[in-house]
Every structure is written in structure tokens, then in C-alpha cells.
Design a protein around this ligand. Structure first.
Ligand SMILES: [Zn+2]
Ligand SMILES: [Zn+2]
Length: 815
């Protein structure tokens, strides 16, 4: 019987111990006077929903690993954490359980902070930010005032998306699928309300310029499409009564093919254009259309609907009279609310013309077209026909020629339009930052003076699902005096969209307790912009776009001196079970706390990174996490028990171990640099297995063994910070491993041994290349065939066979 000298790996003992020690020593607190270069690693802060779920862990553990890695590379790393704490769920909890939103939210913050601490991350908790606390939302309100002064916040009556169930206005981004409420899936309807908007469209052009940031192509494309810039011509059509109206088109080359025009049902001219005998039918249609969502209305799958107004418009280019239709596939909010219809060259117009028997006139001839009826619209370029003096021009040139003609004649001009709308920030809800505005009968809209901020949320509001803000019924809140003339006045009762709170939280981390301004300028200059941002791709057209707009606006106001908040962006994927997103209703929810309690945070961290490429996510597998726990257990015993005793060195074994050690350092470093966590874990596992073999063979002396073990622990430190710290101190190194530099590799030692691969064609030497000894047969074949010299021989004949002699040659047989 061998004596059991080595203690068991017990994460429950070592994890809380080190967490406590790190906190006590303020190991991860950062300061601006640090001589190291700064690095701001930001991860999206969680919403205070109540529990940290597996998605949070998947977002936060790998980002912490990256932040720790950068820290060991010698940077002064800020990796803060906070809570996105305003929003509907808190208010809904208040309505259904009678708990005050503040109590509910702060209880969740407490619980989630505890769970986040169990992760063992380097969060500097002295910088925590909670958006629902007055010392935070005071500044959210201050930013509102700044935007208001700059003319970037304004009030307007606007049709809004209204969820009849949540009884609230939704931003376009919160309407999902077939026009459903993002939160409760109720079909969204339209309603007119006075609302506050931010002028994000003023920044549309700058927002499609990504030249100063390194973001994934996918997210840039989503933002570009969401902003939807299109260049074209705005042109007037005449009316029979002498009036006119404008349409916007990106295809001025097709203007001679207009056979009808279509107005959105909400267009102000509709009433005037509807003839007496068409009035009833038009009214019925408009009433029906009001109940449809924008998404339904513009869906390509839905059968087109519409109604003839009885009136005609005049195409100024050829004097033709064309019927005016009203149809809901045209939206008032896009372009001018009226479109010229060219059924021959537009898919939707074609469908509409077919449905209602309207003429289809070809003005861009498809290649080989012989005058027959079109089976579908032809939207490609071609040669202009039936277009008077423009006949014969290629349509591309025609666009410019017709645009010039329209400008010369004064019918209209070139114009750029955007799909992006201004950002609607009013919410008819309690649990948000109150909009700091007062309405006075004499003075009108009066901003609350800065020195009176914050406008506090009253504690005694009643929560009733009325469809209006609970603040509206709270007299102590509503009744105030005008800051201007001291007459009795009323407060704005809407609160701000919570996306406003999250558009600047990353600035507050730089100086979370600063009292005189939202940020201490010197600290802001030091930390911002964030060097690396990580979070979910679902935020592409909301948070990630709003925050970019916000920073550009603050730059123009002289508040910050940079124009992009996040230099680099990485979006993690999601964890699924049985191929499905986890959901409480299906009962397939993995509770991270249970696994942390059973296997430890280090196993959880390592497993989540091993599950798949981080940007793709992966399938949760219980056996997988147990496998990881066994691996960490093997590391434990290897470090404490392996390679013991003095033994003579086998020079070949020493050389090989040093090579593998340095090669592993190189692999792990490269993988961490590129967020390739799964292959990083695989590299460390291979290294562990290899060390296990060396330890058993006792073929290397202690110095080489120790170099390898030290490297393993340092490589493991970002991933399994507790285990690495424990083992590091147990083998006699000074605390803390997390203050050690990340190991460096020696390029010569890391390089694979090479040999000269001879390449023959039909048995004759034609080329030689130095290749690593680890080259596979397939790699050798591919390499040989890719050589220019060999390709030359392949031109005259066909390669029928390739002979490979390992570590010697490739012979390409050509006939
Ligand atoms: Zn809803
Ligand atoms: Zn007044």
C-alpha cells in the first residue's frame, strides 16, 4: 500500500478561500496612476432579472479569462461589473406580487452580486454601477438635458407601436417576428401619442462608417441594413386640382414606366384625393389597415391589399394621367408616404398590378426581350425603351440623365433617405429615469434646472396596469412649480427607455462615485474608449447602435473626446440543450449554482470555454463538465505528485518536453489572443496528458519538469484562477500567480523539427521544401500540388497517382 500523502482536490475549500484573500488584498483594484498601459475589457452588464443563468456565465466567464490573460500580459486591466436595473419586469413584479420595484430590483442585485462573486472574476467591485440608483440616474437625466439643449431631444406626436397587453409603447426594435411584442408576443397595434425622441437620424451617415472600429462583419452588416441608406431622387407628381405631391425613388430610370401611384392609408392627402363615390370603401379600408402591424404590411408573403381613390395624378415627364391607389404596403414613416409604382420593374408593384388588373409597361428591356408580357418584374439593369428622349441609354446612365433632367426642370432633385427613424425614448412606465421636463401653461416645455437633479421617482406610486404611467396618478410627483415663472406646473410623467441608461454606463465605471459630473474627465480620458467589448449579438441594432450614437452626440457636445465607445467587439453564441434554447417552460434549464456547488467554479469556467467556439456556443452535456472536472483533478495530482525524486535526464526526453512546453505556450497564447477558448483548453489537456506520460517514465530531471509544471499553471491561471493559485503556492512560489507575467515561448524551442521534403514528378526531382516533422500525408500532398514548379508539369498532363514516403518524399505521377 502506498501512503496517501497528497490531499484531495477540493474546490469548495480553495475557491472561497482565494476569493476572500483576493478581495481582502484588493488584488484586482485598478488605479489610473499605474505605470502599465491601460486595457478596458468590458462585458455587457446583466439585467437584474433575479438569477444568474447559464447565459450570464457563458458571457462572463470567458470574458474574464480574456481580461485575466491581458492582465498577465502586463496591462492595467479594468474589467468592471454593474447592473442594468430599470425596466418592465420590475414593474410587472410590483403589479403581480405587490413588491415595490426598488425592493424587487435591489434584492436581485444582492443575489446576483453574490452569484457573480462565485465566478472568481477580476471585477473591481469598488466600481460597481447600478442604473436605478439616484446617483446614477441623476446623470442619465443630465444627459437628457444636454441633448435637449443641443436640439437632439424633441417632442413630437407620432404613431407608436403599442402593446395592448403590456400597455406600453415599444420601440421598432422591440417589435419582433410578425409584429409581436418582444416581451409578451401580443400583436402590436399603432397609436398616436406625444413622445420624446432622440435625433439619432442626424448621425445616420456617421453610424454606417465603421472605419474606426474592429467589429464582426455580421454586426456591421446588421447596423448598415437597419440604417438602410438609399440614394435616389425625390420627384413631384401633379394632381388634377393643380396641387402636387412628392415620391422618392431609387430608380429614376424607370419613371416612364409608372402606371399608378400608391399612398399610405395615413397620408394627409388621402382624404382630399378620395372621390365622393369611393369614400365609404376607402374609409373601411383605412380602418382595417390601422389594425395591421408594419411588419405585416410590408411582408412579401402577404397578399397585397388596396383600394382605388377615384383620383388621378400626372407624371410630369410624359404628361400621363395615372390612377391614385391607397394601400398599406406603403408606410407613412418611410420616404414620403407615397410611391410611384413601376410594376414592370418592381416586385411588389408587379404583384399589386396583377392583383388589381393595372397596366404593366416595360421601360427597361431585359436581354433577348421580344416584347412579350413579363412573367415577373425585371429589376436588373438593361436598355431604356418607351422613355422618349432617353431611349437606348443603358439604365445606369439613364438614372443620372433623368435625375439631371428632373433637377433642370425643377420637378425635384437627388436625395438620400434612411430606413432608420429617430429613437423614441418615452415610456409610459414608472420604473425608469423620469424625463426632467416641466410643462407650464405660460412657458410651455421647461427643462428642469441642472441643480434640481435628480428628479426622484416618488416612492408612493400605485402600480395599476392602466396604460398610462403610474406617475400620472401620483399627485406629489406631478404637481410642481415652473422653474421659469414659479406658476403651478406639471411634471412630465413618462420615463426614459432603459436603453438610455445603458448608453453610458461604461463611462461611469471610470469614476463611479464622482459627484460633480457624470464622469471625472481625467479618468475618462485614461480608460475610454473600451478596448474590448463582449456580449450578445442580439443587441446589434439596439444597445450597440444607441451607444454609438450617444457617444457621437457627447463628442459633439464636448463631453467626451472620442467618437466610438467600443474599439473591438466579440459576440458570444448561446448554450443549448437538446439542440434548443433553454427555456423555463420546457423545463430544460441548467442552473449554474448547482454545478458550482458540486464541481466548483473552475470546472464550470473551463467547461463553458471547451463546449465550442465561443462565437458559436454549443450543446450543454453533463458528461462534458464531469470530464473537465476530472482533467482539473489530474492537473492537481500531476503538480503535487508527479515527477518526484531525482532521476537522471534522458537528453532526448528533455529536448522533447521543452519543445512541447514552448509549443503549448505558443498555442495557448495565440488562442487566447483570438478568443479561441475551446482549442486553448484542448491544447492544455494534451499538455497535461503528455506530462502524465513523462512523469510516469521519470525520464527528465527536476529542473525541466519544474519548467513545464510552472508553465502549465501559468497557462491555466486565467481559466482556473483558484486551482492555479492554490497549486502555485503549494509548490512554493510566492503569492499571487495572478501577478505573474504570462509565460513566453522561445521560438526556436517551440518550432517543430523539420526535414527536407523532396518532391518528384514521375520520379524525377523537381522541388524541395523544409517542412515540420509533424506534417501529415494529406498536408504533404496538398503542399506538393500547390507548388508553382509542380503546377507547371500538371499543365501538360493529368495527375494519376501520388506516392508519399513519410519523412522523405512526394512523387507525383503525371500522364
Ligand atoms: Zn407586450
Ligand atoms: Zn412658467
Amino acid at each position: 500500500m502506498t501512503e496517501k500523502r497528497v490531499p484531495r482536490y477540493n474546490p469548495h475549500e480553495i475557491e472561497p478561500k482565494w476569493q476572500q484573500r483576493w478581495a481582502q488584498d484588493r488584488l484586482y483594484e485598478v488605479h489610473e496612476d499605474d505605470p502599465r498601459p491601460k486595457w478596458y475589457e468590458l462585458t455587457m452588464f446583466p439585467y437584474t432579472s433575479g438569477d444568474l443563468h447559464i447565459g450570464h456565465w457563458y458571457a462572463m466567464a470567458p470574458s474574464d479569462v480574456h481580461a485575466r490573460f491581458v492582465r498577465m500580459k502586463g496591462y492595467n486591466v479594468l474589467h468592471p461589473m454593474g447592473f442594468d436595473a430599470f425596466g418592465l419586469p420590475a414593474e410587472n413584479a410590483a403589479i403581480s406580487h405587490g413588491i415595490h420595484p426598488f425592493t424587487w430590483t435591489m434584492g436581485n442585485v444582492e443575489r446576483m452580486r453574490g452569484q457573480l462573486k462565485s465566478l472568481g472574476a477580476i471585477y473591481d467591485w469598488s466600481r460597481e454601477v447600478v442604473t436605478c440608483l439616484p446617483d446614477y440616474y441623476k446623470w442619465t437625466q443630465w444627459f437628457f438635458l444636454k441633448l435637449y439643449e443641443a436640439g437632439l431631444a424633441y417632442r413630437a406626436k407620432a404613431p407608436v407601436n403599442w402593446c395592448p397587453n403590456c400597455q406600453t409603447v415599444l420601440a421598432n426594435e422591440q417589435v419582433v417576428g410578425e409584429g409581436l411584442c418582444e416581451r409578451c408576443s401580443t400583436p402590436v397595434i399603432r397609436k398616436d401619442l406625444e413622445q420624446w425622441f432622440f435625433g439619432i437620424t442626424k448621425y445616420a451617415d456617421e453610424l454606417i462608417d465603421f472605419s474606426h472600429i474592429e467589429w464582426p462583419e455580421r454586426i456591421k452588416t446588421m447596423q448598415r441594413n437597419w440604417i438602410g441608406k438609399s440614394e435616389g431622387v425625390e420627384i413631384a407628381f401633379g394632381l388634377e386640382d393643380g396641387g402636387e405631391f412628392f415620391v422618392f425613388t431609387t430608380r429614376p430610370d424607370t419613371i416612364f414606366g409608372v402606371t399608378f401611384v400608391v399612398f399610405a392609408p395615413e397620408h394627409p392627402l388621402v382624404e382630399r384625393l378620395t372621390t365622393a363615390e369611393r369614400r365609404d370603401e376607402v374609409a373601411r379600408y383605412i380602418e382595417w389597415a390601422r389594425r395591421q402591424s408594419d411588419i405585416d404590411r410590408t411582408s412579401m408573403e402577404r397578399e397585397k391589399s388596396g383600394v382605388f381613390s377615384g383620383s388621378y395624378a400626372i407624371n410630369k415627364l410624359n404628361g400621363e394621367l395615372i390612377p391614385v391607389w391607397i394601400a398599406d404596403y406603403v408606410l407613412m414613416s418611410y420616404g414620403t408616404g407615397a410611391v410611384m409604382a413601376v410594376p414592370a420593374h418592381d416586385e411588389r408593384d408587379f404583384e399589386f398590378a396583377k392583383r388589381f388588373g393595372l397596366p404593366i409597361k416595360v421601360v427597361i428591356a431585359p436581354p433577348d426581350w421580344a416584347g412579350e408580357d413579363l412573367a415577373e418584374s425585371y429589376i436588373e439593369p438593361g436598355t431604356m425603351i418607351n422613355s422618349a428622349q432617353f431611349d437606348g441609354l443603358p439604365s445606369k446612365e439613364g438614372m443620372e440623365a433623368i435625375a439631371d433632367f428632373i433637377e433642370e426642370k425643377g420637378y425635384g432633385g437627388r436625395k438620400v433617405t434612411y430606413r432608420l427613424r429617430d429613437w423614441l425614448i418615452s415610456r409610459q412606465r414608472y420604473w425608469g429615469a423620469p424625463i426632467p421636463i416641466v410643462y407650464c401653461d405660460r412657458c410651455g416645455i421647461v427643462p428642469v434646472p441642472e441643480k434640481e437633479l435628480p428628479v426622484l421617482l416618488p416612492e408612493d406610486a400605485e402600480f395599476r396596469p392602466t396604460g398610462e404611467s403610474p406617475l400620472k396618478y401620483c399627485e406629489s410627483f406631478v404637481k410642481t412649480t415652473c422653474p421659469n415663472c414659479s406658476a403651478p406646473a406639471q411634471r412630465e410623467t413618462d420615463t426614459m427607455d432603459t436603453f438610455m441608461c445603458s448608453s453610458w454606463y461604461f463611462l461611469r465605471y471610470a469614476s463611479p462615485d464622482y459627484k460633480d459630473a457624470p464622469c471625472d474627465v481625467a479618468k475618462l480620458r485614461y480608460w475610454l474608449p473600451a478596448d474590448q467589448y463582449t456580449g450578445g449579438a442580439e443587441h446589434a441594432t439596439m444597445h450597440l447602435l444607441y451607444a454609438r450614437f450617444f457617444i457621437k452626440a457627447l463628442r459633439d457636445l464636448g463631453i467626451v473626446d472620442f467618437g466610438e465607445p467600443f474599439i473591438r467587439l466579440f459576440n458570444q453564441g448561446i448554450i443549448v440543450t437538446e439542440g434548443q434554447k433553454m427555456s423555463k417552460s420546457r423545463g430544460r434549464v441548467i442552473t449554474p449554482d448547482e454545478y458550482v456547488a458540486e464541481l466548483g467554479a473552475d470546472s464550470m469556467r473551463a467547461y463553458l470555454m471547451f463546449i465550442g467556439p465561443w462565437d458559436q456556443g454549443g450543446e450543454w452535456d453533463d458528461r462534458g463538465i464531469r470530464g473537465i472536472a476530472r482533467w482539473l483533478n489530474r492537473v492537481w495530482h500531476l503538480v503535487l505528485d508527479g515527477g518526484k525524486g531525482e532521476h537522471p535526464a534522458d537528453q532526448a526526453a528533455v529536448k522533447e518536453l521543452r519543445h512541447i512546453t514552448h509549443k503549448t505556450i505558443k498555442r495557448v497564447t495565440g488562442d487566447l489572443d483570438r478568443f479561441r477558448f475551446n482549442t486553448m483548453i484542448a491544447a492544455m489537456m494534451e499538455f497535461t496528458n503528455y506530462l502524465g506520460k513523462v512523469g510516469e517514465e521519470r525520464s527528465v530531471e527536476l529542473a525541466t519538469w519544474q519548467e513545464a509544471i510552472d508553465a502549465l499553471l501559468l497557462l491555466l491561471a486565467p481559466t482556473a484562477p483558484h486551482l492555479a493559485e492554490e497549486l502555485w503556492t503549494r509548490i512554493g512560489h510566492p503569492y499571487s500567480i495572478h501577478n505573474q507575467p504570462f509565460p513566453r515561448w522561445d521560438e526556436e524551442l517551440a518550432a517543430d523539427e523539420e526535414f527536407t521534403l523532396v518532391i518528384q514528378v514521375n520520379g524525377k526531382l523537381r522541388d524541395r521544401i523544409r517542412v515540420p516533422v509533424t506534417i501529415t500525408e494529406e498536408e504533404a500532398r496538398e503542399l506538393a500540388l500547390s507548388r508553382e514548379r509542380i503546377k507547371a508539369y500538371l499543365k501538360d498532363g493529368e495527375c494519376t497517382r501520388i506516392i508519399y514516403v513519410p519523412r522523405r518524399l512526394v512523387n507525383v505521377v503525371v500522364k
